[in-house]
Structures are given as structure tokens and as C-alpha cells.
Ligand binder design. Sequence first.
Ligand code: GAL
Length: 671
Amino acid sequence: MRTGVCYFPEHWPRERWADDVERMAAAGIDYVRMAEFAWSRLEPEPGAYDFKWLADAVDLVGDRGMRAVLCTPTATPPKWLLDEYPSVRQERPDGTPLEFGSRRHYCFNSPAYRRESRRITERTAERFADSPHVAGWQTDNEFGCHDTVRCYCDDCASAFRAWLRDRYDTIDALNEAWGNAFWSQEYADFCEVDPPGPTPAYHHPSRLLDYSRFASDSVVDYNRLQADLLREANDDWFVTHNFMGDFEQLDAFDVSADLDFAAWDSYPTLHGQRAPDTPDPAEAAAATVQRGGDPDVTGMNHALFRGASGGPFWVMENQAGDVRAYPYSAEPADGMMRLWAHQAAAHGADVVSYFRWRRCRFGQEQYWGALNNYDGSPDRGLPEAAEAAAEFARLPDLDAPVGNVAVLFDYDSMWALHAERHAPEFDYWAHLRTYYRALRRRGVTVDFVPADADLGGYAAAVAPALHLVPDDLAARLADYVADGGELLLTVRSATKDEHDTLRDELAPGPLTDVVGAHVEQHESLSPGLETRVEFDGDAYGYRTWAEWLVPDGATVVGRHRSDVAAGEPAVVRNAHGDGHATYVGVWPEANLADALAVDVLDRAGVPIGDRLPENVRLSERDGHTWVTNFRVDAVSVDPGSNEIVLGEDTVSGRDLAVVAGPSHEITVERS
Ligand code: GAL
């Protein structure tokens, strides 16, 4: 486990580089990421390259015993390129082209941009292929940031039509699959199908879903183009990409198939502020008010990108100070640079790299904090980052965590659900997090897997809001349960097929036999309505969504207790072969989510401990367990018969300990 930093030599006079790099090495940093966005300096005029400055910076880094991570500069095509090829500009749904003057203004499907991207990638990669100091590459930067996965230009229209032809073969098959008899939406030819621009009323959900898939696939292709070129230049390099937290539009599993590992950019006080886990945004912002972010918002992204990597991942950018974010931008609490680094390592990060080394004096990001201030003096985070680096050096090298519970994460279902939420609060990330939180408060290591993953190695699998279930997926889930798996399904699951259309039979369609029940009614609920449910003899609250179930072989283990739903089955459990399926027809409050999780974990034989104090988490990696305390107050740790190898048995607020032992043997209590 190592630390890194993001550095932009092109922003500083050369005389300052040596001092910056010297101090990075002194802070224990191992990796320096550079050249992100530097196209105008690498190729100031078409075909006139200048790699000397970057080569000098790479050598400086190498001379101090660190390694460089270089980036393809394609997130920021320079002005001359835009002027030469105006068609590369991305277009909004109403046809407005994005202007020069910011970043991510290009279209992934522009043939001209693919040609230009190939050229700059090839030339830069060739130039550094023999450098002993370059460890690997980041492709582009944050694909999709600022809502840029989905473009609506003419190049995208042509590419979308080709994508549809490939998928459906005939236009009749497309009309049938989407159900275009509705509102006279039938097409006579693929060339009639446009990207979904502005319409008076809502769009056809099947068309939206395919556009979401097509747009994500376009990024996959574009990333592959770069990854292939980089590997051709030097196949010892790693190739990664820096994804974003809670980001909807891009399938991280698909993009990562062409990467050596995934990386992501973690800004805990920003993501914590945005996460809509509660219907009350002021409450959601409370996590940020605590200035440490929300451990499960950050943790769930760590788990997702570990899943996308299929092993260790990187945090390519970790928040290093305040963030230029809206609505609020509080300074992180003392200790967070170190605690966030350990939290990431505990989840399987091999490198935590801070954004950025030095706050920039000009441009759009003067208000983003850094490890150093813009005058070069150390800022609050630097000593903490250095402490984390020193502690990492004292810990052994560890393999990635291995979960015993799988959470199925399905981008298709998210895209379909978010196009038809039925309640403003129906957010896929937030729904998953309800169950993730419950599992994590029991110290469980959770693996995030795509819906088509092999679940054979997992005693329990949780599939929250798995909305689109094609027949083959239903068959695999049924086999998993029949073979002894414990499957937890939740609201809106298997309601539709892969085209986002309802089936002939009621939900959960092809899973009805496994679940032993079907859904008779569903409703979305505004905050303020009474929502009570009874599970296993205890009463709980729920939010946002409710279903009334009709058992057909399943045991009713939970019933509605409010209003028109009173008395209707809300949770059922069904034995199927050697395992069980549990179907939860409400979005549970935290205590009910805990009861449901414990119920499934017990039957699956997953060892768990007591419920952890709020905002304290145990994370196990290769036989070591981190106790991370995101609270303000201290907690006491009883490590059982295991040794505490870092920290002590009293862990102060925003502090941590590492125990050489499994998480279920560790007890944590408020001091
Ligand atoms: C990230 C981005 C960086 C920088 C950073 C600001 O989203 O990748 O380039 O803009 O935010 O902290």
C-alpha cells in the first residue's frame, strides 16, 4: 500500500519543480500523476510536439525514487483542434454544441476525434516507452464528468443506428422489442431512429434504456482504443482510468474489462453531501457537516471499484482539503487525510493518491484545496498524508479483500429505474446503500459484482432493485438458490425484461417460482405518509416504495401495518432446493435492514459480530482488520485473541487501529 499525488508541472515555473518533488519524496509519496489535461503544452500547434518539459519532470520524479503515472490528455482538446474540427464538439439533447473553454467538450463517437486521440496517444506513448520512471497510464480523465457520457450529435445518431442494427438485426424486431405500437412510435427503417432529444411528454423507456447502453458502450470503445495503443507501446505499463463516485451513466465493469485495474476519485465531503439516502437533503448534508464524509458512501464506491478491478484498485484522486463544490465546501475534520487513506487501503486500494499537490493559482480550480497552499507552504493535510505513507510502509503487503456476501450491481436496472423513478427519492445508489450499510454495520466484507457474475462462491447474495431480469439471469439466480444460496431480493425486482417492458406474468416474472409469491400492488410514497411494517414480530418504518405480495408457497414473514396496505404481506421467504429466497416489498429503515441482513447472514452461516456503533466500520483485508472511527468521540476495541498492530485499544474520533485478525472476532463499543 502506497501513496501518490497529482501534480501539474505546467502550472509552475521550472525553478519550483525540484523543491516540490523533493518535498513529495520527503512525505513518503511513491507515485506522481502528471500530464492530465496538458495537450496544449504537449502539442502547441498541430503536429508540433513538445515532450521535453514532461520528460524533465518525469526524470526529476524518477531521480527522487518515485514513479510517474502519465495521462492521455484527451479530456481537454486544445483550441486549434476545435477550430480545425468543429464537429468533435459534444452536443446537448437540444443540439447545442459544447463550447471551448472548459473540459470534456468532445464527442466519443466523432471519427475526427478518435483519429486525433489515436495520434496524440501514440506519439506520447512512443516518447515515454523507454522511460524507466513511468509506471503506467491513466486514460483520459473522469469519463462522463459534467454529464458528458450521452451526446446527441450527428455522429452519435449514426453510431446509435449502427448499434441498434447490430443488436436487433431488423427494424421489426426493434419495434416489437420496444413496443412501438404505443403512441404510433413505429419505425420503417433504422435510419429513422434519432437520439432521444427534447419531446413534449416523456420518452419511450425502451429507447432511453438503449440510448444509455449505447452511450456507455461508446465510452468503452473509446477507452479501448487508448488502452490498446498504450499496451502496444510498452506492455509492462499498467493502464487504468479514474472513475467517479456514485456515477450513473457509465458501466464501470464494462470499461474496466480493458484496464489492468480501476481507479476512482474520492471526494468524501462532496459525495456525502450529494448522496440522497434520506428524503431530507439537509440530513444528507449532515454527513458533510461532520466533515468526514459518510463512511458508507465512500466505502460503497471502494467496493464497487474493487469489484470492477476484480482485485486491488487505486484511489487516483483523494480529496486533500476543501472542495469547490456546491452547495457547501467545509474543511475536512482533523485527521481525515490519514483516515480516508486507511479506509481505502482496508477496502483494497493499493495506492491512495491525493488531488493535488499544490493548490492552483489560476483557472477554474483556485478554490480546490491541496496538500500544499498556492504559495508552496504545507497545508493542513500534508502531515497527515505523510503519516499515512509512513504507516503503510510499516504494514505488510496484503492481497485484496475477499467478500463472503455479493451485492449485485446492475447498470441496466439503474438506467431503467432512474428513467422512471416514480418517486423523487427513488435513487438506486441510495437503495443499495440501505443494505450495504446494514451489512457493513455487522462487519461483513461485501463484494460488488455485475448481475451476470458467477455467485457460486458466495453463501449469500443481495440483489437490491434488480429491475430488469432476462430469462437467462433468472435461471442463474434460481440455480444459485437451488444449490444452497441465500438470495435477498428487494422492491421492483424482476418487474421487466431486458427491453424495459413488462412481461405477460406479474412481477417478479421469471423469479416467481423461486420467490414463491407475486406482487399484487405497488405504490410510491411521499414523505409524511404513515409507513409501518411488522417483521418477525417487531414493528419498523419504511420509506418511498411499498408492494403488497401474494404468497404462493412462500412463508409470510412481514406484513404491512398502515393505511390501505394494513394486513397485506410485505416480506416473504421461500425455500427453493437447498437455499432460500427472501423478497422484501418495502424500502426498509436502518433497523429493519439490519434485521433482514442478520436473518439472511445467519441462515447463510456468515460469521458476524455485534452491530457496530454508528460511523464505526470494520474492514477486513487479507487477515488484517481496520477499525475506522468516523465519529467525533472515542471507541474501545476488544480484539479478542488477536494483536493490535497499529494504534491502540482506544480509538479516538477520526482515528483507526489495525488488528491482525478477522473482523468477526473484534468487538467495538462506545467508550
Ligand atoms: C476531479 C477531476 C480533477 C479535478 C478535481 C478537483 O473531478 O478529475 O481534474 O478537477 O476533480 O478536485
